[in-house]
Design a protein around this ligand. Structure first.
Ligand code: HEC
Ligand code: HEC
Length: 258
């Protein structure tokens, strides 16, 4: 995933909501004591599904050996702490336990992804907790249908030429390079866990790509309302405000199962 460049808006809440910056820069050396402790945790909690050798059990349980996803600490720590699909949550593992099991699975077998410290895990866990306190865009009606209609007109004028009339990223003009879809699974997948303020700021500062920041803030809010409408998110009684501080309380998440 492309990294979004933080935008300074003089709003500390927004910066605090930035996805935890646990970048895998490969400089953390492996702590052999954590590795050993991690092997014990793995054998007790993980081996039944992920199997000796980390080979997994296709198609149900993914292999952890030679699996690049292990470089994405936000993702794997979220998986372990909160569960995901058929992967159970392990809420009783401490940050040190998680650092240990990650030190093990990232360096056992053919893997060589480097060490993980308890501090790195704590940072990611704190970010997860903060996001859990936010309201999901699916829980409330964040915009009105009238606002989404205004947004549709603006979208058609300023955005559709690149992002497609149906927000699917297919440009109207075949000479344009295609742009990301602004509705549907891949869009939500990319922005999930991000606050609405971040998406608003991203749009406001970088779009339309040909003329960034050109529109009044209200127009960006209206276009965002239209994008949410096209993503099937619920409309409500209040408009989506062009106000990053207010928008920072809401988080984009995947569409809940019906
Ligand atoms: C009951 C079976 C089960 C157990 C026990 C289990 N996992 Fe998983 N694990 C899964 C499944 C299923 C997935 C795929 C989840 C998904 O994305 O739908 C998964 C995914 C993962 C992933 C991400 C891999 C990928 O390619 O998406 C990691 C890392 C992981 N598990 C680590 C662990 C660790 C560490 C433990 C022990 C603390 C553990 N798992 C225990 C079933 C299990
Ligand atoms: C000239 C073409 C062009 C126009 C016009 C344009 N965009 Fe974009 N947009 C892009 C491209 C290209 C990207 C991908 C940028 C990148 O990844 O660096 C993008 C990315 C985005 C993203 C992030 C999507 C994602 O998942 O990465 C959003 C949101 C967005 N644009 C909204 C808008 C809005 C709203 C408008 C109208 C106000 C607009 N864009 C107008 C070309 C355009």
């Amino acid at each position: 995933m492309k990294k979004i460049v933080p935008v300074v808006v003089g709003c500390t809440t927004l910066l605090a909501l930035w996805p935890a910056l646990a970048q895998d820069d490969g400089v953390v050396t492996l702590d052999p004591a954590l590795f050993e402790q991690g092997q014990v945790i793995y054998d007790a909690n993980c081996v039944a599904c992920h199997q000796p050798g980390g080979v997994g059990l296709e198609p149900s349980f993914p292999a952890l050996n030679a699996n690049d996803i292990l470089t994405d600490l936000n993702f794997v720590i979220g998986n372990i702490a909160q569960g995901r699909g058929a992967m159970p949550a392990f809420p009783d593992l401490t940050a040190t336990d998680i650092a240990a099991v990650l030190s093990f699975i990232r360096n056992a077998w053919d893997n060589d992804f480097g060490g993980v410290t308890p501090e790195m895990v704590e940072e990611v866990l704190a970010g997860l907790e903060e996001r859990a306190e936010l309201t999901s865009v699916w829980e409330v009606g964040m915009f009105t249908t009238a606002q989404a209609e205004r947004g549709e007109n603006l979208y058609e004028g300023w955005c559709a030429e690149c992002h497609g009339a149906r927000l699917n990223g297919a440009p109207e003009d075949p000479d344009r390079r295609s742009s990301p879809a602004l509705a549907g699974g891949s869009f939500l997948n990319k922005w999930q866990g991000t606050s609405v303020a971040t998406l608003f700021e991203y749009m406001r500062v970088t779009m339309p790509e040909s003329n960034p920041g050109f529109l009044p803030d209200q127009d960006y809010a209206d276009i965002l309302a239209y994008m949410f409408f096209e993503n099937d998110m619920p409309a409500g009684d209040n408009e989506l405000p062009p106000d990053t501080e207010a928008l920072a309380a809401y988080v984009i998440t995947l569409k809940p199962a019906e």
